[in-house]
Design a protein around this ligand. Structure first.
Ligand SMILES: Cc1ncc(COP(=O)(O)O)c(C=O)c1O
Length: 435
């Protein structure tokens, strides 16, 4: 879209967003002040297309309209928030499905056929609530990890468990440390409970555990978020380094070790930490290597006292019955997991080759995605991303400089990566022209 056209569309969207509107109840909502969303609110520095921007303005207008004087002062103080614009919303805006869905670090290779069969078999019983204790799944996870069941809690993906943990630990004003540009859903929960976030720069595209601990010491933080491997850069630390760093953790500070991608990582990435160690809670998921993101199954492992506290705040009937059965079957299908991890590794290599063929550098990755360094600044990478989106490829990118010089491509099937290979030269040419 020409710049003038784009500006006109956005101006119209902004105007529409700020107009009083008669809602179905007949109540006319007052005009609201809709400010341009910040990077934190949107979890992205800039939108990638006029369509996306339009969607964001609409969402923001809606969430502003929904702010209600009866909500708590904390909720009223929160910024209007659209944490993620999903590919479905983008497809609705562009009026066409994406040809390749390789932006959200989903696992396109899919779940184990045994997991699919278990979920299908459970479908007829879906009138029953799921077991609120997730007993069978927790018991199997306990056997798998060689730890007691009381040290494991199952939840609605890591995202859900992050919310519960923050609920348990963070009161307004409590300090929390994370990396600048790391997984934003964690920040969203911290902000939601009034926590004060302190962000530490990445070092050489790695989360810097030493600096995170230093900052926890100087700020008196109660909680550190650390993903190993990391999203969005795909970098990782050895488990031995992570375990060693724990000795410097301040007293009363908890390390939250997010291991969403650990099954895709080289051996030795998962730190050997005693399950009873009160300094650490680790979180894992069936969304990534197990290919079950839509089922929403994750789990946290840690000292029984802390794990037991989740019972006070978690949604006891939050775990879908079929999803529990699917995750249990997936856990037992180790052959499928091995095969999937091999496919992911091959896809990482292929993404590296595609990047190199276009004069770009793919960063080493221990995850199911690869960050491709576009070689210039964030504006240039955003232009590359926008050009890929227009060509029907759903990809994403880091939100924060200097990581935002990269685009982030999830490991796709060969047909997905063929599309990337076709589209990238033109996308780069377009971005160069715009620069
Ligand atoms: C580092 C990290 N943690 C957690 C999650 C979310 O996992 P889940 O699907 O289990 O909520 C993601 C998803 O992209 C992630 O990248």
């Amino acid at each position: 879209m020409a710049n003038v056209g784009k500006a006109r569309v956005l101006a119209a969207a902004r105007e529409a967003a700020m107009k009083p509107r008669r809602v179905r109840t007949g109540i006319i909502s007052p005009p609201v002040r809709v400010q341009r969303p910040s990077c934190e609110q949107l979890s992205c520095r800039r939108t990638n297309s006029p369509f996306q921007e339009l969607a964001l303005w609409r969402c923001l207008a809606l969430s502003e309209r929904m702010s209600d004087p009866r909500t708590t002062p904390l909720v009223q103080s929160l910024p209007a928030s659209v944490p993620f614009v999903g590919p479905e919303a983008q497809e609705r805006q562009r009026g066409a499905p994406f040809a390749a869905r390789i932006g959200a670090n989903e696992n396109v290779f899919g779940p184990s056929p045994r997991a699919i069969a278990a979920m299908q078999a459970a479908a007829g019983d879906i009138w029953q609530y799921g077991d609120p204790t997730s007993h069978d799944l927790r018991s199997a996870l306990a056997a798998h990890h060689g730890v007691p069941m009381d040290n494991i809690v199952v939840g609605e993906g890591i995202d859900g468990l992050l919310g519960y943990l923050v609920h348990l630990l963070i009161a307004p004003g409590d300090r929390v440390v994370t990396s600048n540009g790391a997984y934003p859903t964690f920040n969203y929960h911290v902000t939601g409970y009034g926590g004060a976030l302190h962000k530490v720069a990445y070092r050489d595209d790695h989360e810097d555990l030493g600096a995170l601990i230093d900052t926890a010491q100087t700020t008196g933080a109660k909680l550190i978020y650390f993903a190993n491997p990391d999203n969005p850069m795909g970098s990782w630390h050895s488990g031995a380094d992570v375990a060693r760093a724990l000795d410097r953790l301040p007293k009363r500070c908890l390390l939250l070790l997010d291991e969403a991608y650990v099954e895709c990582a080289p051996p030795g990435t998962a730190a050997e930490i005693d399950i009873h160690d009160p300094r650490v809670i680790r979180m894992r998921t069936f969304s990534k290597a197990h290919g079950m993101a839509g089922a929403r199954v994750g789990y946290a492992m840690g000292p029984a006292e802390l794990i037991g506290e989740f019972e006070k705040v978690r949604n006891h009937f939050g775990m879908n019955r079929a999803a529990q059965a699917g995750a249990l079957a997936a856990l037992h299908d180790t052959g499928w997991l091995t095969q999937t991890c091999a496919k992911i590794a091959a896809a990482r290599d292929r993404i590296g080759e595609i990047a190199a063929a276009n004069g770009l550098r793919a960063l080493p990755s221990a995850t199911n995605f690869v960050a491709i360094d576009c070689g210039q600044d964030g504006d240039f990478a955003r232009a590359v991303l926008a050009a890929l989106l227009v060509r029907g490829l759903f990809v994403r990118m880091p939100f924060v400089a200097p990581q935002d010089r990269c685009i982030r491509v999830s490991c796709g099937r060969s047909e997905d990566l063929d599309l990337l290979s076709e589209a990238l030269p033109d996308a780069l040419a377009e971005a160069h022209q715009a620069a």
